[in-house]
Design a protein around this ligand. Structure first.
Ligand SMILES: *Cc1c(COP(=O)(O)O)cnc(C)c1O
Length: 218
């Protein structure tokens, strides 16, 4: 796929136009640059990305130069991958928000190393053991624990079911939407390249798009 600034901009615009067919409400677009080199982070920023998403702590560190540059230019960097507690220190100072917070030990470590950080709690809404995320039942206590430690819980995040089955995907997204509204959390962070429409129809306010904008990853 063409990873020039112009080509990235065109595909971002196409995604935004699609979203506009399905909702009138604003939906933030996180361009997922995981596995792509630092130049692609810069190109996405030059193409107008306001937020980029990264999955791996080591990769964030390896791309720290580009990440610093784009953040200085006003781009927000969101961490969206499964995060071991001993890797929090690696991303501290390089990301603006951790969207994949799913357990007490991780909350404690983020509160310690990234004082006052913005977070999203990741919910496993399908019960698949392979997926990150807390159980829906754990959300209230994790919100409370985060706030007690001075973290700013902006929203809930989820990843749709691996099967991609429409009904199951809708149900997962709907559950997370309802929970976010119940807890007065502004951000409903779900939707990827393969389930964008379902996500937007089920109330997403923030989608994380990689392959539809940057092509397949190796
Ligand atoms: C890779 C990834 C994405 C982007 O996926 P695409 O299918 O390439 O759009 C979004 N969210 C998470 C958590 C990811 O790991």
């Amino acid at each position: 796929m063409d990873l020039s600034v112009g080509a990235i901009r065109e595909r971002m615009t196409a995604v935004e136009q699609q979203i506009g067919l399905w909702t009138q409400d604003p939906v933030d677009l996180v361009v997922v640059t995981k596995t792509h080199p630092a130049e692609v982070v810069r190109a996405a920023a030059d193409a107008g990305a306001r937020m980029i998403g990264e999955n791996y702590a080591q990769e964030v560190r390896d791309k720290a130069g580009a990440i610093d540059e784009v953040r200085t230019a006003g781009v927000e960097v969101q961490f969206i991958g499964q995060l071991q507690t001993n890797k929090v220190r690696m991303i501290a100072g390089l990301v603006d928000c951790v969207a994949s917070v799913d357990r007490a030990s991780l909350i404690d470590e983020i509160a310690k190393r990234m004082t006052g950080a913005r977070i999203h709690l990741q919910v496993n809404a399908t019960g698949e053991p392979s997926k990150g995320g807390c159980s829906p039942e754990a959300v209230p206590q994790l919100i409370e624990r985060s706030r007690d430690q001075g973290l700013h819980v902006e929203g809930l995040m989820t990843v749709g079911p691996t099967s991609g089955a429409e009904q199951q995907t809708r149900e997962a997204f709907r559950l997370v939407s309802e929970m976010a509204m119940l807890h007065n959390l502004r951000v409903r962070n779900f939707g990827m390249s393969g389930d964008l429409q379902l996500a937007v129809e089920e109330g997403s306010t923030m989608v994380r798009i990689g392959s539809a904008i940057l092509g397949s990853r190796n």
